[in-house]
Design a protein around this ligand. Structure first.
Ligand code: APR
Length: 309
């Protein structure tokens, strides 16, 4: 049996950390690509040299070109510029657009059957761009955002209640911006509705912190943005695909009428398996949730229009 191949474009903080999680979980062989000479090669060699110590078996190589990525099963795209304090994800659009256009063309040239997981921001817009540029089907191009945003919500709930993160189930919809739509109504702790454990004001405070969760980390780091949780989330999607788990996870996907939206990449719960996005799950929303959802969709539509495709 041929080993699975995971290529990661961009060997910066998110890319290199994703390589770490992927190799450690033995999801397949890992190829790290970056334009910086020596960086992907050096990080790959270093990571491979950790494998005898940690006892994982995965080949890890680094490259400045795409030859080594040939016939990848999954390609995670993290190449691009991260935010600095005071910047919104939208401020990255112009520069990351150029990077994503060239990267996606190279990627599909070598791996026309790959499934693409986008991480570069502004996430929903870059996912849309990758879908249009790649010519891949809508099942095979998706963005990582919902798992990260949900993980932040879960982490804040666990911290507030002083309980294990393992027992928290949560869901979140919408774009990967400060207008994302956390859904406390679909959030439980070991099956207990969150509303029975925390007063509304506290839930509202946690929702607000979740919305601004990326910015909180940018303000702390000052020179870049979050990378542990974003890379872990991208690898959870990779694992669901490579192991055909059919997990239900919030991901950024192309909508063609679902939730009343068309021609947009947006965060919704999907079934992820070997064929990529195998189904889109439509939730019933309250009037209030619908309003928040529409507002978030409006921002993403505006950003997509700026691509001028
Ligand atoms: N091809 C390949 N790699 C590229 C290209 C390109 N055309 N352009 C830039 N890169 C590389 C950079 O050289 C750098 O090593 O992408 C890497 C990005 O890494 P970091 O600057 O460390 O940024 P990171 O924190 O990993 O974030 C990457 O993910 O979460 C998002 O907003 C974040 O858009 C950003 C992306």
């Amino acid at each position: 049996m041929r080993r699975k191949k995971i290529s990661i474009i961009g060997a910066g903080f998110v890319g290199a950390t994703a390589a770490h999680w992927a190799a450690e979980k033995e999801l397949g062989d890992v190829v790290l690509v970056d334009i910086l000479e020596g960086i992907p090669q050096g990080k790959a060699l270093d990571l491979f040299q950790a494998s005898p110590v940690e006892g994982f078996d995965a080949r890890v190589i680094g490259s400045n070109g795409y030859e080594e990525t040939k016939d990848s099963d999954v390609v995670i795209v993290t190449s691009g510029v991260p935010r600095k304090p005071g910047m919104s994800r939208e401020d990255l659009l112009e520069i990351n657009k150029k990077i994503i256009e060239s990267v996606v063309t190279e990627v599909v040239g070598k791996s026309p059957q790959a499934i693409l997981i986008m991480v570069t921001n502004p996430l929903d817009t870059m996912t849309y761009l990758a879908l249009k540029k790649s010519g891949l089907t809508k099942q095979r191009v998706m963005g990582m955002a919902g798992i990260l945003d949900t993980a932040r919500f879960k982490a804040f709930i666990a911290m507030e209640l002083g309980v294990s993160v393992e027992d928290i189930q949560a869901l979140l919809l919408g774009g990967h911006g400060d207008e994302m739509v956390p859904l406390p109504r679909y959030t439980t702790v070991s099956g207990i509705p969150l509303s029975q454990l925390l007063p509304k004001e506290t839930i509202d405070r946690l929702v607000d912190r979740t919305r601004k969760g990326g910015g909180e980390i940018v303000n702390l780091l000052k020179t870049g943005s979050a990378f542990y949780a974003p890379s872990a989330a991208a690898i959870q999607m990779t694992e669901a695909i490579l192991k055909d788990k059919r997990r239900i996870l919030p991901c950024c996907v192309y909508l063609d009428g679902e939730y009343g939206l068309k021609d947009i990449c947006f965060g919704v719960p999907v079934k992820l398996g070997a064929n990529g996005v195998e189904a889109i799950i439509e939730l019933q929303l309250t009037e209030e949730e619908k309003k928040l959802f529409a507002k978030s969709a409006e921002s993403v539509k505006k950003s997509i229009a700026e691509l001028k495709l």
